[in-house]
Design a protein around this ligand. Sequence first.
Ligand code: FRU
Length: 446
Amino acid sequence: MTDMQGQPVFHINGEAGWINDPNGLVLFRGEYHVFFQYYPHAAQWGPMHWGHVKSRDLTHWERLPIALYPDETEDGCFSGSAIEWQGKLWLLYTGFCENGGGENVRQRQCLASSEDGVHFVKHGVVIGEKELPPEYCPWDFRDPKVFRKNGAFYCVAAARKRDGRGRILLFRSDDLFRWEFVLDVLGRDGEGSMTECPDYRDDLGLLLYSEQFQPAAGAAHRNIHSCFARIGTLDLTRGFCGGEGEPVDYGFDFYAPQTFAGAPVMIGWLDMWDRTNPTERYGWAGQLTVPRRIEVQNGELRQTPVYTGREVLRRQDVSFLSDRLKAGAVRLNAENVRSLCLLLHKKGERFVSFSLRGEEWVFDRSRAGEPIRGAERDADSLAGVRRMPCESKERVQIEIVSDNFSVEIFVGGRSLSSVVCAEADADGLELTVDADACEYVRYEIV
Ligand code: FRU
């Protein structure tokens, strides 16, 4: 793959301009389609379009024309989802109308369709104020995720109770055009001021959602905006029955994940609101995470990164190793780990570190190139640190997916994803480990 200066090598971005949430993830005619919130004219958020790429293998992405543009009916095409139906590709997204702002804003769910998966025709509002029960705010109603269940269409959408906090609502339709309200999925306020981007998968019993400005509560909530997974079932008369919300990712930069209609694969936005974006200088901001195959094990969401890799280096019984890795992947298998420290994106005394400290994995990007500043004020955030619980030291598998502007780390199905803005030639890797056995394998992305 080509290594363009100032661009990620295999992570989806807008090339030029701003992107945020992944939208409309769908396996359509054997190809994975990914849309995303896109403002093509500047590296800052602006009137939202839907950018579009597709792939056969989830690693090599072909850029397609912009799928949705704002127009005279809406000032922005906000987040949403896709589904295949009767040979066509359908998009359900939020039409955002500014109307002078505040409570005059209107957010309505709109439909678009395509015969070829590339060119889309808009069909207008299908879930508007009429379908939204009056106790919810029509100015905070967005991000529909459509799915099939019991021979009908359903969608979950984010909403907010008047004078309340975030909610997830369920709607039902027979034809994608006429929808009716079914129920409030959790039946109580979310933790954040607003819930965003809900997703439900019946095959896994998985409810995903993002929370804005939820109160801090330990390591699980250190980002000002965070994402949660609940495992259970969606009962069409009682709502969601299941476990509490567990964090989906432990890193700095992970938000608004969505899963593919037609495949148990999830992608998130590998960035965060209320942070600085040093990549602006290259004319872009925002990228998507590596796709992750997902499953539920022992009531928990487990993620494995998906990429096509060719093994280029294998070492057994490592205690110290120095290598090079910028855009590529590394897999470590270690037994009975007493200590482990991995330095990435290293050049001299500048690096990102990932190390075992007591019962935690600790990620530190404070010494990696360009600082990234966020709105968080807790000690870890100010120190450039994120933590992830270490479940076992007996058999440890660590997978690192690294690109020019990111590091995603997977341990035992959990993930920790962060943007890193090191110098272009900061490609050193150093591993120091004390364990009964440690195997190191590096992959080139091909
Ligand atoms: C989440 C979000 C969505 C909204 C979109 C706007 O990151 O705020 O709720 O649809 O971004 O770009």
